[in-house]
Design a protein around this ligand. Structure first.
Ligand code: SF4
Length: 191
């Protein structure tokens, strides 16, 4: 079995463990589908947002709404193909009214993301927005202070950047997100 298929098998095994997950209150909130994440199980780059929105919850896939479309366009411009990337979230079930995940929800769900990262073993992680950045890096910095800089999560290069939903509300920041994705692409090449 090649490496990609082996990693896919490992991911499917943990999805089976979590497919009826009731570990936190988000299971009982507005969940239609658990959004485990999507993409290449052998990806060089993982993008990590905060949690599924309405469209993601309905379709069971991450970043499928307007923010996802913008992200696809920026990835392509940065010579990164979505098919070569794995995209996930800090919490896998939709927080009601698109609020930020609460600390107890993050604490319950984070082990699943950590298992995904350890299986995929990307060269670079991009955290999208302050929630995923603060969660993975364990700090309370504003995203404007962290973005575009290189950090490490368990020895993996980690680059915080803006969440594409924020860019839809603040299009002037789009060049920053694009620049950070190019930085990610450059760091993949350097590995
Ligand atoms: S958010 Fe995570 S921990 Fe909470 S119910 Fe969903 S899968 Fe389980």
């Amino acid at each position: 079995m090649d490496q990609k298929k082996y990693k896919q098998k490992l991911l499917e095994e943990i999805y089976t463990q979590y497919k009826n997950c009731q570990r936190c209150p988000l299971a009982q909130a507005e969940r239609n589908n658990i959004v485990f994440g999507d993409g290449n199980p052998d990806a060089d780059l993982m993008l990590i947002g905060e949690g599924p929105g309405r469209n993601e919850d309905l379709q069971g896939k991450p970043f499928v709404g307007r923010a996802g479309k913008l992200l696809d366009e920026l990835l392509e411009s940065a010579n990164l193909k979505r098919g070569d990337i794995f995209i996930g979230n800090i919490v896998k079930c939709r927080p009601p009214n698109n609020r930020l995940p609460l600390p107890n929800e993050i604490a319950e769900c984070l082990p699943l993301l950590e298992k995904q990262i350890k299986i995929i073993r990307p060269k670079v992680i991009c955290t999208l927005g302050s929630c995923s950045t603060r969660t993975l890096l364990g700090n309370d910095k504003k995203i404007t202070q962290s973005r575009g800089k290189l950090f490490k999560w368990n020895n993996i290069v980690t680059i915080p950047t803006f969440h594409p939903a924020y860019i839809l509300r603040n299009p002037k920041k789009m060049p920053d997100l694009f620049e950070d994705l190019r930085l990610a692409a450059q760091n993949i090449k350097n590995k």
